[in-house]
Ligand binder design. Sequence first.
Ligand code: BG6
Ligand code: BG6
Ligand code: GLC
Ligand code: GLC
Length: 904
Amino acid sequence: MVTAVAQRLASQRKEIDDTLATFTLSTTQLQEVKAKMRVELERGLKKDTHPTASVKMLPTYVYRTPDGTERGKYLALDLGGTNFRVLVVKIRTGMRNSVRMYNKIYAIPLEIMQGTGEELFDHIVQCISDFLDYMGMKNTRLPLGFTFSFPCNQTGIDKGDLVSWTKGFKATDCEGYDVVDMLREAIKRRNEFDLDIVAIVNDTVGTMMTCAYEDPKCQIGLIAGTGSNVCYMEEMKNIELVEGDEGQMCVNTEWGGFGENDNIEDIRTRYDREVDGGSLNPGKQRFEKMTSGMYLGEIVRQILIDLTKRGLLFRGRITERLKTKGIFETKFLSQIERYSSHLWHKLRSILQSLGLDSTCDDSIIVKEVCGAVSRRAAQLCGAGMAAIVDKIRENRGLDHLEITVGVDGTLYKLHPHFSTILKDTVRELAPNCKVDFILSEDGSGKGAALITAVIDKYLYAMRFSDETLRDIMARFRREMENGLGGDTNPTATVKMLPTFVRSIPDGSEKGDFIALDLGGSNFRILRVKVSHEKKQTVQMESQIYETPEDIIHGSGSRLFDHVAECLGDFMEKQKIKDKKLPVGFTFSFPYLDFLLNPAVLLTWTKRFKASGVEGMDVVKLLNKAIKKRGDYDADIMAVVNDTVGTMMTCGFDDQRCEVGIIIGTGTNACYMEELRHIDMVEGDEGRMCINTEWGAFGDDGTLEDIRTEFDREIDRGSLNPGKQLFEKMVSGMYMGELVRLILVKMAKEGLLFEGRITPELLTKGKFETKHVSAIEKSKEGLTKAKEILTRLGVEPSEDDCIAVQHVCAIVSFRSANLIAATLGAILTRLKDNKNSPRLRTTVGIDGSLYKMHPQYSRRLHKTVRRLVPESDVRFLLSESGSGKGAAMVTAWASRLQNAFMHHV
Ligand code: BG6
Ligand code: BG6
Ligand code: GLC
Ligand code: GLC
């Protein structure tokens, strides 16, 4: 009898042990997990394997951890963990440990978590509203960092499309959409307050930033809470989804998805499959479902049900409570495991609070089950972490790595053994790494604020959302309309000058021409021969002449004497001094045109400021200078703006070209407008090219909200204060100077060069736009930065170089974005003029900034496509400058003149 009972007990014990043994992982198995995780990390980073990788390795656009110099007052949201929180974070200057936070926790009811996206975001905004009231801050428009603890495909620090909900969220109409947009729209819907959403941040990233603020060695963030996830600082060159090879970027691994491609089926148990099957996202987040707080209790419950069914527990009675999904929360798991087995009465009372009536044996078995499940979870996280630290160690080519992991999450914080087992596992599986773990005391809201602060410092105002860009686009469209309208033109800031050019070259032009090209970075004289045997061919020869500062800033007559002298020299060299060739004059300034000729200069722009020319006919001035010499004759047939010359040059190769833009020393655009819309010119049929002179956009204050203190400083120190304000924000003549001013200010505040400011750094013009281009090169950019900054005498550290590269990128990015907005306005106007649903067109472009800057053109094209999605735009670089186009215009002008002469 006794033996029978003993045998039964022994066999029951064995059944239980066998069941729990499926949760025991040997060192070899854990090493396998580590190796497989490593493979998935690599696959997620690589472009070609990324789409099928289970660990998505999402770029976060966080390039560095805080350095302690951040400051300011920020709002933060923290959504996706156990609690939804709204916070205000104040970071005081200069010192670490000087952060103050106020926060409030808000509930998100289940029906909202799983309702519609609109309801969810409206609820969030309602909570923000309540918080702002509570803090008395409704009218302060604060920058906001949004901790959003779900996988997002980010294309910038403030752009993130939700990949898919995880954990307990399942709101409709959110997946695939930009979370920042959804929040902005909800704020707009409420129409009660305004916020600048500066950054969207995963909780792992927020946690890393929070901890890095205390410990600069912290370069990994781990969440072991409701969900499970890790981020870490990866080398840019390994992140194939993001262009650029320099420096680092934080990658959000989303390791919770590990196993989605069936590669850990060998260690998944039937209980894991059951939990997965009953979850909101079956088949997904398999690693998360084995390791995180939201699921561990469920795994335990499934085992308990099974053991009970098999008569091994609770006297074989399955209660309603046990059948209830979610009764076993992580906190109970933690409580149960906190007590050793001989305190079974304590265990029992916890179980009783869960409605599970247990015997002493039952309690001990339940505790064993919990232990097996949580131990495996900690070990799996440890194996994953070992893969990460080893990868970082190898990235850096080190034999030994010391690194800190910032950790947050209820499982890690509340469970009595989880952290110890995790650390032991990492130590065992990554013996060449010394890994410290520090707990994030303040949650990830502080980190989100810190990220916001790092970016916000100075340059926040230079980053535009697409929404702002669309707004600028609309403003520019209004300016164009004002310039075109008869009543509004006299006071319009964007002048919209008619050019009397009515079409692009038609292929019939021919002749021998001279072209002058004045106003860009070079003064050039060209000879353009257009012949017409079978096919139109163009032959060009050109020479560059100096235009010394004292001449372009001296008297007008001296300037034109100089131009005439250079022309004489050129004709001499070409041996055509005895001929009277037709001359086309590319004059890259705003002038009024009366049937091509004369051309009255409205105002100098850019570097020019010769006296006595504004308001005068430049053709007359040049003719006078030529006549004064008396050694040759010239027939100035046409004056063209460089934008028009560029459009014509490109139009020669591509009949579809109807826009010309310059992004060089200055910036400007021309395009073909319907004559019926041009009130200043008579006639309604056909089209005419309009020189917009968009550089003056903003001169009436329209752009004040986006101009920064640096823009104002540039303007004050320029030759034409108060004028060409748009040009001063975007074009090559000012870009280097903008960067220099930012660097001076940052250095003054001790944020760069250890506060060193040298006389060179303080000298206007010492930092040129070509330096911006060099520093932004992806391969050698940082070396260039070092060279250039060293020449300025500031002894830059590596961090300084990275920061300067970042400043350059923000300034040049802003330029490309603004041009995309104004160009976008022209394109939508063209489309409306044609009354067609899609615009197919070609834009001819020239200018040193566009040509030399390594990223500029790509960024411009991309933004234009985003802003004007209903268009197919070809960007055609003018290879041969605007001289060829000027010759084309000259060809018509001479034909016109001949016809006119014959007529008389
Ligand atoms: C909090 C962080 O401390 O921890 C959140 O502020 C994070 O951003 C959370 O999501 C993770 O833990 P849990 O257990 O709440 O999911
Ligand atoms: C040249 C054109 O290629 O580009 C000029 O021939 C034009 O007409 C110039 O003014 C604009 O670029 P930048 O950089 O020289 O001002
Ligand atoms: C889930 C989310 C992830 C988050 C983690 C921890 O895995 O997908 O983005 O970091 O939970 O909250
Ligand atoms: C300035 C001039 C404009 C010219 C542009 C590009 O904006 O005012 O006429 O087209 O520079 O060179």
